[in-house]
Design a binder for this molecule. Structure first.
Ligand code: DAH
Length: 340
């Protein structure tokens, strides 16, 4: 019996020596101590033995069990520490390698222009208003004195979503929205945002672009207030070098209407393809709010006057930075963007 146990011990040692993985050690444990192990035979024999024999046999078996468990836990420790060693080797970090550099983003030129213009108007007591890009035909046209069939609607080739909703063709519908919720009180707002037109994209046209709308309503507002405000805006944006001019124009929602031009930045006023030979570039439309527009949105034109304007942000950015193709703004080319 003791010989058998001794030879089993040897077997345990040789087998354990061959193990290189934890699961192999666990299998060995089952093999030597489990239900089908040689130990079971010895235990069976114990039933037949007398009291004295049982004592020695029991002791020997217990001792064998302890031996196996001790050997196994030693082996497990050895394997685990080997595995840790291996992982440390393979995951070694070379702290002398150069780090990864991060590319920093910065503001888009259009955002810069918007924030600059917002600051100028906030400085004059204006508030920033917002409106949705999907607008009703009613707000986008009707309330701006452009009823169904009005020829000026065609200037705004529109993207209709259904017969009553479209992608707004300008930021002017925000005028109607603000007037309707202001309860007849004075208004001083600007509204920057995206607008959409069914134009073919080229150097000066884009099917989506950005505008800033402005609206002031109060008592005793005159065209002189409008001129003063816009002249100040132009001077702040372009300094005193570029010339500006006010030119009579037509918009259905203003009467009288004006357009503001600045000297062409490309040719300096000589005339070139960009300014279509005129030497001027149009930057905004404006005028005194039409009495019909006031009336339709709940203001009495007898006691209230107002002025409104709408400017193209891309135009301003192009003038400001000397960019001659509007499409650069939308390409997200870092070589372009990082110049601002
Ligand atoms: N909505 C006009 C456009 O998109 C711009 C404009 C002109 C806005 C005159 C105004 C305005 O508020 O008074 O071309």
């Amino acid at each position: 019996m003791t010989e058998r146990l001794l030879s089993l011990k040897d077997e345990v040692k040789t087998e354990l020596n061959k193990c290189t993985a934890i699961h192999e050690v666990n299998a060995l444990k089952a093999h030597f101590l489990g239900k089908k192990s040689p130990l079971q035979e010895l235990l069976a024999k114990m039933k037949e033995a007398d009291v004295e024999e049982k004592k020695t046999l029991g002791k020997a078996i217990n001792e064998f069990k302890q031996f196996v468990e001790a050997e196994i836990s030693l082996k497990l420790k050895e394997i685990t520490s080997l595995e840790i060693q291996k992982r440390l080797e393979s995951e070694r970090i070379d702290i002398t390698l150069p780090g990864k550099s991060f590319a920093f983003g910065h503001q888009h030129p259009l955002t810069k222009i918007i924030e600059e213009i917002e600051d100028i108007f906030i400085g004059m007591g204006y508030e920033i208003a917002e409106g949705p890009e999907i607008e009703t035909d009613h707000n986008n046209f009707e309330l701006l004195n452009l009823p169904q069939g009005h020829p000026a609607r065609e200037m705004h080739d529109s993207f209709y979503i259904d017969p009553t909703n479209l992608l707004r063709t300008h930021t002017s519908p925000v005028q109607a929205r603000v007037m309707q919720t202001s309860g007849g009180k004075p208004i001083k707002i600007i509204c920057p945002g995206k607008v959409y037109r069914r134009d073919n994209d080229d150097a000066t046209h884009s099917h989506q672009f950005m505008q800033i709308e402005g609206l002031v309503i109060d008592k005793n507002i005159t065209l002189a207030d409008l001129k003063g405000t816009l002249a100040l805006l132009m001077r702040k944006m372009f300094g005193n070098e570029l010339e500006i001019r006010f030119r009579p124009s037509f918009f259905p929602f203003t009467e009288p209407s004006v357009e503001v031009d600045v000297t062409c930045f490309k040719c300096g006023g000589e005339g070139c393809p960009l300014c279509k030979g005129t030497g001027w570039i149009e930057v905004l439309g404006a005028g005194m709010v039409h009495p019909n527009v006031l009336k339709m949105s709940g203001y009495d034109p007898e006691t209230n006057q107002g002025f409104a304007f709408g400017l193209g942000i891309e135009r301003i950015a192009m003038l400001r930075y000397g960019i001659d193709d509007i499409r650069y703004f939308y390409l997200n080319d870092p070589r372009f963007l990082k110049q601002f």
